[in-house]
Design a protein around this ligand. Sequence first.
Ligand code: AMP
Length: 284
Amino acid sequence: MEIVRTLEELRAAKKNMKGTIGLAPTMGFLHAGHISLVKRARQECDHVVVSIFVNPTQFAPNEDFAAYPRDLERDAALLKEAGTDLIFAPMDEVMYPQGYQTYVTVEEVTKVLEGAMRPTHFRGVTTVVAKLFNAVQPDKAFFGQKDAQQVAVLSRMVKDLNYNLEMVVCPIVRDRDGLALSSRNTYLDETQRKAALVLSRSLRKARSIFDSGERSSKAIRAAMEDVFAAEPAAKVQYVSIADTETLLEIDHIKSQALVSMAVYIGKTRLIDNTVLGKPDESLD
Ligand code: AMP
């Protein structure tokens, strides 16, 4: 496994790759969720490239860019073990050379949910992922359902900009107690980690009443609010029941709906989701 930090090194490494390339973009501080993307890429592609870059443009000034956990050495060991061929860990000035002024924006689907709460976030995500696609030129790109809106936004970008690649969406990986894995879970102390289980608990509640026939978003939301009310350490920022493609809110669920949320546990902002009307083994 090779680690490259510049575009020149990346191009040289790519010259030796014959066959298909799978790319899993990450911000590092890897956990089993990231590794599941790598393993899937390993199964589906001849070469596996993982990028590690804590992308400054997707963090607002008041967010945790500086505090975001980083450990390249540990990440490299995990990636080697999982069967990665190449790590692309560009330096900031490679991705954002001095005088940088070019951005990719996706319009409607970035205006709701995470985009409504973090107005500059997706512009940073689409810009950096477009740059990674241009640099690596993968045949398949692997992303997690954990960031459901990110998948919707990037799928739109791939269609709209005619990227010649397939988006592969991998299921959410959770700890045994149900907490969705996230690099940000490292911010939680023991008590907060217990409180954070309220996210998956509320999703399970939503699934159970949907499965018993409830189709009203209002009723499902009310049941979820009861779950949150029992956990005073959780401050809900939003709970959404939305169309799985447009991500616009729906009142009555016909076949499927994306239930997603952002919740503060102390200062840590956590997100989670499930698709009602679709199997979700991670919550069984
Ligand atoms: P990040 O490093 O947080 O930018 O995440 C990199 C990729 O890993 C994204 O496609 C995420 O959706 C995916 N990912 C993060 N956490 C999980 C998880 N718990 N299960 C599955 N995929 C995940």
